[in-house]
Design a protein around this ligand. Structure first.
Ligand code: ADE
Ligand code: ZN
Length: 337
């Protein structure tokens, strides 16, 4: 299943929650360093607890894990560990979500969070040659006022944030709840993305496109239920940032053989592979590619297309896109001509 090709393939990640890259070992280290109680006795016990039957069952544990993040150094360490994993997996560009409300609601200052993350991203550019963008995600289970408050707090840091997003509990929190905040964010110059069609219906994807003017859809796998929507995604090449291991872990699909991303790729949808919350779902970028390739027979051209799609769907400029396309092409040409 093309293990060598996949391992070395240049990759671009567009759907990664930095809080979801908190490995059990770092959780323990930070809990000790910051004197925070966690309901586990060892990293092994933490890993054992990661058995989910829905998005909400995961989110409950994910928000609890974030409690160990207190100081700027913690956010730096968290981000740097993720970036080292990127290097191992040949990720050359990454666009990272952070959830400020998860932290500001616990009394952690906005600037503590963003400065720690931003310093690690700058260091990664210099030391690891990994470029990045940061996306500020609103928690959709909270109200509009809280999102507006967060947008206001982000104002002094807007040069560090390329886009706003929407995550957390999807069912019952439809896109229209955030129409005004997205309008305001767009007016201020942010790009927009949103989680839609992960657990929620295809209509949430259409509504996110129509009401929130999003540049790409996070997850979006339920588009398969709506032929008109599918035709639009294909004809307008609206990207989906799909997360295979996440979808299996959260029971969006029963197992990897049931995942529809390869079907969507062959239909001409601009699908990409991403890791979502890799510390909770069993793997980073290379593991996601490998797991998919194990369950679905694909040729090298199809596998490489995930990287070309991600470059196209990213928020880098055209010159950077051309550079990453060239890097990828040179790599792929060593295997196929
Ligand atoms: N927050 C972190 N991971 C998420 C996911 N997969 N869906 C919605 N919100 C999230
Ligand atoms: Zn996500």
């Amino acid at each position: 299943m093309h293990k060598v090709f996949i391992s070395g393939l240049p990759k671009v990640e567009l759907h990664l929650h930095i809080e979801g890259s908190l490995e059990p070992e770092l959780m323990f280290k930070l809990a000790k360093r910051n004197n925070v109680d966690i309901p586990f006795n060892s990293p092994e016990e933490v890993a054992q607890a990661y058995k989910f039957d829905s998005l909400q069952s995961f989110l409950d544990i994910y928000y609890q894990g974030a409690n160990v993040l207190i100081h700027e150094q913690d956010f730096f360490d968290l981000t740097w560990e993720y970036l080292l994993r990127c290097k191992q997996d040949n990720v050359i560009h990454t666009e990272i979500f952070f959830d400020p409300q998860t932290h500001t609601d616990r009394g952690i200052a906005f600037d503590t969070v963003i400065n720690g993350i931003d310093k690690a991203l700058k260091q990664a550019k210099q030391q690891l040659n990994i470029s990045s963008h940061l996306i500020m995600s609103f928690l959709r289970h909270l109200d509009e006022d809280s999102a507006f408050n967060t947008l206001e707090q982000a104002k002094p840091y807007q040069d560090k944030i390329i886009a706003v997003g929407l995550d957390s509990s999807e069912l019952g929190n439809p896109p229209e709840k955030f129409e005004r905040i997205f309008q305001q964010a767009i007016k201020q110059g942010y790009l927009t993305v949103a989680h839609a069609g992960e657990e929620g219906p295809a209509s949430y994807i259409s509504d996110a496109l129509n009401l929130l003017s999003i540049s790409r859809i996070d997850h979006g796998v339920r588009c398969i239920d709506d032929k008109t929507l599918l035709d639009k995604l294909i004809s307008q090449q609206i990207p989906l940032t799909v997360c295979p291991l996440s979808n299996v872990k959260l029971c969006v699909f029963n197992d990897m053989t049931q995942h529809n991303i390869v079907e969507l790729l062959r239909m001409g949808v601009c699908v990409t592979i991403n890791s979502d919350d890799p510390a909770y779902f069993g793997g980073y970028m290379t593991s996601n590619f490998l797991s998919l390739a194990q369950a679905h027979e694909m040729n090298l051209k199809e596998i490489a297309q995930f990287t070309y799609n991600a470059i196209q769907a990213s928020f880098i400029n055209d010159a950077e896109k051309a550079r990453l396309n060239k890097t990828t092409y040179e790599y792929v040409s060593r295997f196929i001509d």
